[in-house]
Design a protein around this ligand. Structure first.
Ligand SMILES: Nc1nc2c(c(=O)[nH]1)N[C@H]1C(S)=C(S)[C@@H](COP(=O)(O)OP(=O)(O)OC[C@H]3O[C@@H](n4cnc5c(=O)[nH]c(N)nc54)[C@H](O)[C@@H]3O)O[C@H]1N2
Ligand SMILES: Nc1nc2c(c(=O)[nH]1)N[C@H]1C(S)=C(S)[C@@H](COP(=O)(O)OP(=O)(O)OC[C@H]3O[C@@H](n4cnc5c(=O)[nH]c(N)nc54)[C@H](O)[C@@H]3O)O[C@H]1N2
Ligand code: SF4
Ligand SMILES: [Mo]
Length: 739
């Protein structure tokens, strides 16, 4: 915060909603001086409009120096303990280990594992550091665990992956929303208001989740499938649309390709068969399909049939005033959205499952016009931006492909290196972690805590321990940092400036509000310091300069940021940000995409014929139930941050196993008993929470904790072949009382 300003407007350190917040000095309060700032909602910021969840409201506790690292740590030999070190010692040591290991085993023996919570400047610099300084192909990041399936599916269907191709506020004006595998009442509480408003406006909500969550409680219709069977369920809904002549033939003909293959594919998914596979009653499958098509003659958010003529007026991209409304079969004039999140995506068939849902939206004509479309609800703070500018194994800035010669030329010019010096694609996250200790000898981790959050975490911990060298940049001594040879204590969030892209593709400036504690440096300084020692001085470390270079590198790419700058983001209508693509300084940004054409070469959205056969680990006599995993409101991700915030920890102090009373009775478990959940990989133990909000054949565990309650000791490393997404959300397990 500059001395003259009493308030700094910035954004939350956690999720992809990137709620606007105002940070005020706490001087004179009874905080005891430990946390110098207080966070309040920023009323004018259009996404959260002043609301913060429990995590955002308490986020300033993360700034308490007592909770965090303030000096580099060094393990001088493999058996030694971590000791404090100077920055020069830590950087010298790391650079010499990287140098020695690359010399002995080749440049490909060094890898980087990044994070979707990092600012653009950090994520972009990690990608550049890998390709230019280390010259290794091996960089990937935790977004592979988060966004990869939806990203792959969107690219297949639309040619572009922008989580929501419309502002979140559009939800409130949409007739029917199909919300699949999202518990946003807990994971993005301030977003719930748009869904509440949608229903107040007469719209309807269908939720698909094996659990009756607080989100599902809001729904007009809740489908509770067996985990991992979403693709079959989506096929069932589409089957009903076709059987009952509810598809929008006019839209399909005008705006899409590939429907015939999909029509043939879903013929075999009649509702009774879907019921047998997914456990969703056939009448509910029919009801959901009719409701989604707007064919059950009930409700509607009052803007169907082009009534909402203002629809196009609000969007920057030359919209059509409701002209996009197709009257195909007479029913598709209603508006609708399909929104997915991790429940349907973190599956061994994650990308196919998402395409199955997109197929449904396209067939119903609910895409490419106002208040219609498919969106993925991005998770991490910069989950969207973190997947655009080169942190991904196969990617260069601007959402370019690293295998595309033109992309390589363009980016190499910006970086001032020969195009043929840029490595090719590396390995997706699960493979990268699995190669540690074999092909990969040295790894730099920034912005992730895979010891808690990676699938089959015991295996991953063993791989990390088998490395010759592990360096971790973090704010706190996470479980992963505790395994490292060098730990760099870095600045975070309100202690630095940076840019983020929220779930709507809105690029935001996260303003610095406070000076970092002594002894702490930015991730950018760590990379700059290493680059210098590795013979590449001059690596940019100032966030606005890095952003300016990123903007140039992205020019002409799918995610074109070249019209953006710190000055513009700062000034943009009181800091509300600008939506990409934004290819020129005078370009207004693009809040709504696809109204005229989709992002494919022919402008048509593609139906993707997917298999629909559930790719789950089937239960067996030894492992008769299914485990699914996810989140609770008061903890965030691996818990590295939120487990250090007092009020959050008292709200959710530890792991638990949610199970249905019937299952509890069958295995002899009572409320609060320690329950052991065991898969073919390993087991976790946590107290039972018994309620009828979950299917009787399924147990649920949140994944925020290390130790005995670590859910990822049980999950599997199987990944979706299309995207590399791990199947976090289904494992066959045994459930027992722990004695
Ligand atoms: N409090 C909190 N908020 C967060 C986070 C956090 O850790 N804590 N993390 C942020 C991040 S990075 C992300 S990615 C988002 C995630 O946000 P969400 O996707 O909303 O979160 P999850 O709890 O992982 O999963 C959502 C739901 O999927 C359901 N589910 C499980 N299996 C299946 C299935 O087979 N099919 C379907 N349809 N549903 C299934 C679960 O029961 C769960 O209720 O949240 C963001 N916000
Ligand atoms: N079983 C199961 N496992 C899951 C999931 C699930 O649903 N079920 N969800 C998956 C998903 S969607 C995600 S996104 C992952 C997330 O899991 P992780 O990748 O472990 O994410 P975080 O816990 O957010 O870790 C971020 C780390 O970066 C640190 N950090 C914060 N700011 C900075 C910074 O500016 N610089 C640096 N260097 N570090 C910083 C934090 O202190 C923390 O240690 O978990 C995945 N794992
Ligand atoms: S919803 Fe997300 S961005 Fe908003 S306050 Fe909560 S954690 Fe922060
Ligand atoms: Mo995520």
């Amino acid at each position: 915060m500059d001395a003259s300003a009493a308030v700094t407007r910035t954004h939350c350190p956690y999720c992809a909603l990137q709620c606007g917040m105002e940070l005020r000095s706490e001087t004179g309060s009874n905080s005891g001086g430990a946390v110098p700032l207080r966070a309040d909602g920023w009323d004018a910021f259009p996404v959260n409009k002043g609301a913060l969840c429990q995590k955002g409201a308490t986020a300033t506790e993360l700034l308490n120096p007592a909770a965090r690292l303030t000096t580099p740590l060094l393990r001088r030999s493999r058996d030694a303990e971590l000791e404090t070190a100077t920055w020069d010692e830590a950087l010298d040591f790391a650079a010499s280990r990287i140098c020695d290991l690359a010399a002995a085993h080749g440049r490909d023996a060094v890898g980087i594992f990044g994070g979707g919570g990092l600012t653009h400047e950090k994520a972009y610099s990690l990608g550049k550091f890998a390709r230019v300084v280390l010259q290794t192909p091996h960089i990937d990041y935790n977004g592979r665990f988060c966004m990869s399936a939806a990203a792959a599916a969107s690219q297949r269907a639309f040619g572009v992956d922008r989580g929501l191709p419309f502002p979140l506020a559009d939800v409130a004006h949409t007739d029917v929303i199909l919300l699949v595998g999202s518990n946003l009442a807990d994971t993005m509480p301030p977003a719930l208001r748009y869904f509440t408003a949608q229903r107040e406006n007469g719209g309807r909500l269908i939720v698909v989740d094996p659990r009756r969550t607080r989100t599902a409680e809001q729904a007009d219709l809740h489908l509770q499938p067996v985990p991992g069977t979403d693709a079959a369920l989506a096929a069932g809904l589409l089957h009903v649309l076709i059987a009952e002549h509810l598809v929008d033939e006019e839209f399909i003909a005008a705006r899409t390709s590939g429907f015939e293959e999909v029509r043939a594919e879903v013929l075999r998914w009649w509702p009774e068969r879907v019921e047998a596979v997914c456990g969703v009653p056939a009448p509910d499958v029919r009801a959901a399909a009719r409701m989604f098509a707007g064919a059950d003659n009930e409700g509607g958010a009052g803007n169907g049939a082009g009534a909402k003529n203002g629809a196009g007026a609000k969007n920057g991209a030359g919209a059509r005033n409701g002209a996009g409304v197709h009257n195909g079969a007479g029913i598709t004039a209603s508006t609708g959205m399909v929104l997915t999140a991790r429940g349907t995506e973190q599956q061994a068939d994650g990308a196919d499952a998402v395409n199955a849902w997109i197929n449904l939206a396209l067939a119903a004509g609910k895409a490419g016009r106002p208040y219609c479309g498919y969106g993925a609800i991005t998770g991490q703070g910069n989950g969207q931006g973190g997947r655009e500018h080169g942190q991904k194994a196969d990617q260069l800035p601007g959402y370019r492909k690293i295998t595309d010669p033109a992309a390589r030329d363009h980016v190499a010019k910006v970086w001032g290196v020969p195009a043929d010096s840029l490595p090719g694609p590396g390995r997706p996250a699960v493979e990268l972690l699995a190669a540690c200790g074999s092909d990969i000898k040295a790894l730099l981790v920034a912005g992730s805590n895979p010891v808690v959050s990676a699938p089959d975490a015991s295996f991953v911990s063993a791989r990390l321990a088998a490395l010759d060298f592990l360096a971790v940049c973090d704010v706190v001594l996470s479980e992963t940092a505790a395994l490292a040879d060098v730990v760099f204590p870095v600045t975070q969030w309100a202690e630095e400036s940076g840019t983020m892209t929220n779930l709507e593709g809105r690029v935001l400036l996260r303003r610095q509000a406070i000076a970092p504690p002594d002894g702490v440096r930015s991730d950018l300084d760590v990379l700059g310091g290493l680059a210098e020692r590795l013979g590449r001085p001059g690596f940019l470390t100032s966030p606005p300069e890095v952003f300016a270079e990123l903007a140039r590198a992205s020019a002409g790419g799918v995610a074109d940021y070249s019209g953006l700058s710190y000055e513009r983001l700062d000034a943009s209508s009181e800091g509300a940000g600008l939506h990409w693509p934004c290819p020129a300084p005078e370009h207004p940004g693009t809040p709504r995409m696809f109204l005229e054409a989709f992002g494919t070469p022919d402008g048509r959205a593609r139906f993707v014929a997917v298999g629909h056969e559930p790719a789950v680990e089937e239960p067996s006599a030894d492992f008769p139930y299914r485990l699914t995993t996810g989140r609770v409101l008061a903890q965030y991700q691996s818990g590295a941050q939120t487990r250090r915030v007092r009020s959050l920890n008292s709200a959710e102090p530890g792991a638990f196993v949610q199970l249905h009373p019937d299952l509890a009775a069958a295995v002899g478990v009572s409320e609060g008993d320690a329950v052991r959940v065991t898969s073919r990989r390993g087991s976790a133990v946590a107290p039972a929470r018994i309620n009828d909000l979950i299917r009787p054949d399924t147990v649920f565990m949140p994944f925020h904790w290390a130790g005995a309650g670590r859910a990822n000791s049980v999950t599997r490393r199987t990944t979706d072949p299309v995207s590399g997404m791990p199947a976090f959300k289904t494992a066959a397990v045994r459930v027992e009382v722990e004695r």
